[in-house]
Write a protein that binds this ligand. Sequence first.
Ligand SMILES: Cc1cc2nc3c(=O)[nH]c(=O)nc-3n(C[C@H](O)[C@H](O)[C@H](O)COP(=O)(O)OP(=O)(O)OC[C@H]3O[C@@H](n4cnc5c(N)ncnc54)[C@H](O)[C@@H]3O)c2cc1C
Length: 421
Amino acid sequence: MIETIRPGDPRYQDVRDVYTATGSPAQVLRPRTAEQVAESLARAAELGGPLSIRSGGHGMSSIATNRGGTVIDLGHLNAVEAPVDGGDLVRVGPGARWGDVAGLLSPYGLAISSGDSGDVGAGGLATTGGLGLLGRAHGLTIDNLVAAEVVTADGRVRTVDAEHEPDLFWGMRGAGANLGIATSLLIRAARVPAVVHATVQYEVRDPAVFLRAWGEAVEAAPRAVSAFLYLLGGGAALATIVYAGDDVPAAQSALDPFLRLAPRYGQRAVLTPYAGVVAAGGEPHRGQQRARTHSGLAVHLDHDVTTRLAALIGSGFGQMLQIRSAGGAINDVAADATAYAHRHQNFSVTAVADGRFDAFDRAWDEVRPALDGLYLSFESAFTPERLAEAFPPATLARLREIKSKVDPENVFHQNFPIRTS
Ligand SMILES: Cc1cc2nc3c(=O)[nH]c(=O)nc-3n(C[C@H](O)[C@H](O)[C@H](O)COP(=O)(O)OP(=O)(O)OC[C@H]3O[C@@H](n4cnc5c(N)ncnc54)[C@H](O)[C@@H]3O)c2cc1C
């Protein structure tokens, strides 16, 4: 029997909300098998109203709760099967958190390229991208996905990979939420016994000049380096830089240019298993992060991009600006190999605001013309214009064709809906 939690149940308060929103669903179904996921879909249709699919509940681009409808919560599907016989294939349940996955793989000297937060769920991230601190070294999470078990709108449980239903497998790697519910993920882990994890606090006097220097340093760094920068306003920036390997002298020389970019308030570097970078906090979800976010990608942090970003920072509309490295192994993958097609950009830019949203949107509109595509996991607006930035025309056309076959009734329209026409 499927665990079912309704309002009035003492367990309800722990399953109604997600990280970015509060909710009041009529029922939260917590299946334990793919077959129960299929049954949950039928029960959701019977009830009617909104449907939400939840893995970790840490989504930003889509909200995995609702008012008055059904949440299919995959939290029980959280098993992580360790690799056998010295292999590197890991079976991950969508309800697992990346911090737990990293912790389990550490003793094997393995790591899966994931996001920067250990609390993010496997299901949401591994069906859209997975841009994290091993990205330049080992690609996006989806680039390491070997196969997935998927429950489609017709209730069928399908195993998809390069040989079996390759179109659906292609679509699941970038636009998975539109096509079905991933109930199991087979992922190839990389040999990463340890990483050098550095943090640097900079004093930023001229954001445009600093960002240009940052961008050049990132692009010049060996691909073992992935680097994220958080600009907080008030003349300060915080960098998280990961060298994917335990060769400390090589890491030191790779990180050294980052120490010469600007005056520093402080810095720190530790040799740690990857699990030490993405530990899960495990706090209950209460809608604590109600921010609006905008996303864009950039090939280089050139004069146009950095001048516009500096103006955004100067406008004061926005709580934080985050610049992530992409490139490296991510760009080794052909643009048409997965439904995430952005394979020539070297940076992801995300702006976050926790209020004054209209002014924030207008300020971001001044940045957008300098950007090239967007990453849907970091974008709050689902308009057709943003959809076209997330999926280039050929990608969107192919996705719509697949969608028309596997989800003609548009059951899965919650996350950057691609629609069928
Ligand atoms: C603090 C924070 C840090 C983040 N860091 C990163 C990062 O470093 N890199 C990165 O790439 N992203 C990052 N993200 C974005 C995150 O990857 C996405 O929002 C992702 O969808 C969250 O996964 P989840 O399982 O926790 O999401 P949920 O909130 O459970 O789901 C989000 C949406 O994903 C879809 N979905 C969920 N599970 C499935 C499934 N099993 N099958 C199909 N569709 C599903 C549904 O549409 C759902 O509405 C971050 C988000 C937050 C809040």
